[in-house]
Design a protein. Sequence first.
Length: 202
Amino acid sequence: MAEVKILIEGVHKIIGDGKMDIGCTTTLIKSDINIIVDPGALINKDRLISALKKEGLGLEDIDAVILTHLHIDHTLNTFLFDKARIFLRFIGGSSYPGMFQKLAEGTLQRFDLFNDIIAKNVKIIETQGHSIDGITILVKTNNGVVAIAGDAISDEEWLDLNKKADPNIYYDVEKFDESRKKILEIADFVIPGHGGILRVSK
Ligand SMILES: [Zn+2]
């Protein structure tokens, strides 16, 4: 089984003046390789480095980074992991299955995110809706399946399928609902894009 640990619990809070505090949740997966999901916002750069240090890991010990989608609050610290393979859904033709990049090498390689294996007990599913490129990482752990959902479920209130999204903000509200349903059926726990781990009531 793999292990999952939240390194940074992201915020998503309106502070007035049309501003919002924004930083995503960053998660470490320990399997046969070490994976970071959503390295997050620049403001959390030092916190991320020290959270990894507490786990006995340096930046160079991270083998892969998976981006749940390409919004800036989830992706900026990716540059820290220049030796890792950076996995993301490609925004473009729908039949293109995904890819990874190596920043230090400046290379890109095609990779079928939904069928090829990144690590043991780690699987990726497509969860569009919040954005066009949304993916969710499913991790088999001793406690059950943990879904690292990014903004497919951005915080606790979106566990409620009766709550509807604003079509002016979301890419596709129907797909958003389908994706949430899919995640809640599979997962025992959800790590949302912003906030701490949530238990799925079955
Ligand atoms: Zn977000």
